[in-house]
Structures are given as C-alpha cells and as structure tokens.
Design a protein. Structure first.
Length: 145
C-alpha cells in the first residue's frame, strides 16, 4: 500500500486479520487501507486450521500458546452457544477495510457451511466477553448482531 506509482485497489492479507491474530493489523495495515481506500481480502481466517482444531497455525505447527488461545475462545463460544467458525468469519469481515474473505474450503460441502456461518446470529454478549477476557482487541470493529 506504500507504492508511489500505481497504488493497489485491493490487497490480500493471509492470516493477519483473524480472531486469533489481529493486533498488528489493527495498528497499521487496516488503518492504512481505510485511509487509502484499499480493500483488504482476508485469506486464511482460520489461521491454517488452528482455530478449528487443526495442528497448524500460519502454515507451521501450532505453538502451545495458540492452542491455549483456541481453547479459551472455544470455551467462550460454548458458553454463548456460538459456532467458532461463524465467529471467525464474521470477525474478519466486520472491519470496514475488509471487502472479501477467502476461507480456503477443502471440500465442496464446506462452502455451504461458510455461507451459513456468515449469516449466523452471534449475540453481542459473546463479543463483549471476548473483549473483557482480552481474547480480542477492544479496538477491533465487531459484527453487529
């Protein structure tokens, strides 16, 4: 986005603006994108599968700290009867700079799951608890139920 000639209209950001990892993106990438009118396409909103119980985070073996964070997110989701996949997709798409998300569906049936997840109802109390527990940044734009 810092190009002097032919600045981009769109930029793909893989795994950097997710419910698991977004602090750095909120500091620089997302504000710059908004200021410059650049649409962000969020790729890998499940952080290589770690968020959904996979063994990988950002294309490498998930460290214990990430597994612990997923466990904490999952506990809050369970208390509010929220599907963590839905929360992940809706979190990534809630930022005004986000214009699209690429979940990376591995099977055709996952596409309909992802579409349903985008329209699932998630109570505001879920997002409030995530902020209160420090699991997501208070600076992150949140989905509106």
């Amino acid at each position: 986005m810092q190009l002097d000639e032919t600045p981009p209209d769109l930029s793909l950001s893989a795994t950097q603006y997710t419910i698991l990892q977004h602090e750095k993106a909120l500091e620089r990438m997302m504000p710059n994108a908004e200021a410059q009118g650049v649409g962000i396409i969020v790729g890998g909103p499940y952080n290589s599968g770690a968020l959904l119980g996979g063994d990988y985070f950002d294309y490498a073996e998930a460290p214990q700290s990430v597994k612990d964070q997923v466990t904490a997110l999952s506990a809050v989701a369970a208390r509010h009867e929220v599907d963590l996949k839905a929360a992940a997709l809706q979190f990534s798409t809630a930022h005004p700079a986000t214009v699209a998300v690429i979940p990376g569906s591995s099977r055709p049936g996952r596409i309909s799951e992802d579409l349903a997840a985008l329209s699932a109802t998630i109570p505001g109390a879920f997002w409030d608890e995530l902020v209160q527990e420090g699991l997501i940044s208070a600076k992150a734009p949140l989905p509106q139920g």
